[in-house]
Write a protein that binds this ligand. Sequence first.
Ligand SMILES: Nc1ncnc2c1ncn2[C@@H]1O[C@H](COP(=O)(O)OP(=O)(O)OP(=O)(O)O)[C@@H](O)[C@H]1O
Length: 323
Amino acid sequence: MVGLEVRDAVVRYGATTAVDHVSLQVTPGAVVALLGPSGSGKSTLLRAIAGLEPLVSGAVLWDGTDLARVKVHKRNFGMVFQDAQLFPTMTVGRNIAYGLGSLGRAAQRERVAEMLDLIGLPGFESRRVTELSGGQAQRIALARSLAPSPRLLLLDEPLSALDTGLRRRLADDLARILRATHTTAIHVTHDHQEAYTVADTVAVLQEGRLLQEADPDALRRTPASREVAAFLGFRAFVTQQQARVLLWDGTLPVGTVLGIGPGSLVPDQAGVEVPILDQGFTVDDVEVGVRLPDGQRAVVSVPERLDSSTMRIRLIGGAVTPV
Ligand SMILES: Nc1ncnc2c1ncn2[C@@H]1O[C@H](COP(=O)(O)OP(=O)(O)OP(=O)(O)O)[C@@H](O)[C@H]1O
C-alpha cells in the first residue's frame, strides 16, 4: 500500500500559481501537516487532493491509481473545515450518522456512540447543533468525518477559529484520535506548534512551493534554508565566532549558521551582558527583546518582567541552517 501520492502538482488561478510543482507522499497511517503562512497554497493543495480544484499539470494518485477521473465523493476522503459546517437542523447524532447510509439503524447508532466516546462527548446524540460551543462543534465535525472510516482525512485549519488554550488542548486530542483510529491524514495549519503536535511529518509551503518535508525534530534542528528557519521563529542568525561570543559550546558545520529562536538563549548570571530593547507578556511567560553584540535582535523568555535595562544571557542551542 502506497497511500497518497501527489506528483509535481501545479494549480493556477489566472496569473497566480497557487501550487507550484509540489510532490508529496502520505503513507497509510501517517499524519502530514501542511505548514505555511497565509497565501502559501496550503488550502489549494488540500482542495486539489480532494478533487475540488483542477490540476494544470501533475497528478494525484492513491495506491498508484490516478484520481483525475474519480469524482470528489467517490474518493473516500473525509474533510474537516475551519468552521465545523454541521447541518443545523439535524441533531448531533444525525450529523455523525450522515455518511453511514450503508449501515443499518442499530449499527449506525453503535458507530455514532463509538465516535462520541472517541471525541470525549459521550451521550451527546440528541443535542442540537446550535447549542454547541465552538470546540464541541469542531469535535462533532471530526467525528462526522471519521465515522465512515475514510481512507484519507483532510483537515483544513480545523482549530484556527478557536482560542489559544482550547486550540492547544484540541491539538493534543486530535493527535491522539488520529493515532487511535490509525487514520491517514493531512492537516493544514499556519501554527508550527500545532503542526509539531499533530503530525509525524511537516511539509513547509511558501508561495506555492514545498520548501522542506521532515519530522518536527529534524525541521527544528536543521531547517533546509533561512526562509524555513525564519518561518519557524529563528529570526537572528550567528556565525560560529558570534556564537562563541555568546558562550555557545557547540561546533557548526562549514557553510552553516546558527538560527536563534525560542529557547536558544537563557538568562545566566555568568553570561554576556546585553541591552534590553522591549518586554512583552505571552500566555506562559515574558519575552524579553535583547540586542546581541553583533546588533541583531533576539528574544529571551523569562518568568517575570525584568526591572533593568540590561540582562546576562547564554546561547544554549539553535537551528543549524545553510548560510
Ligand atoms: N478562488 C481563488 N481565486 C483566485 N485566487 C485564489 C483563490 N483561492 C486562492 N487564491 C490565491 O492562491 C494563493 C494560495 O491561496 P491558499 O488559500 O491556497 O493559501 P493558504 O496557504 O491556504 O492561505 P490561508 O492560510 O490564508 O488560508 C493565494 O495567492 C490566494 O490569493
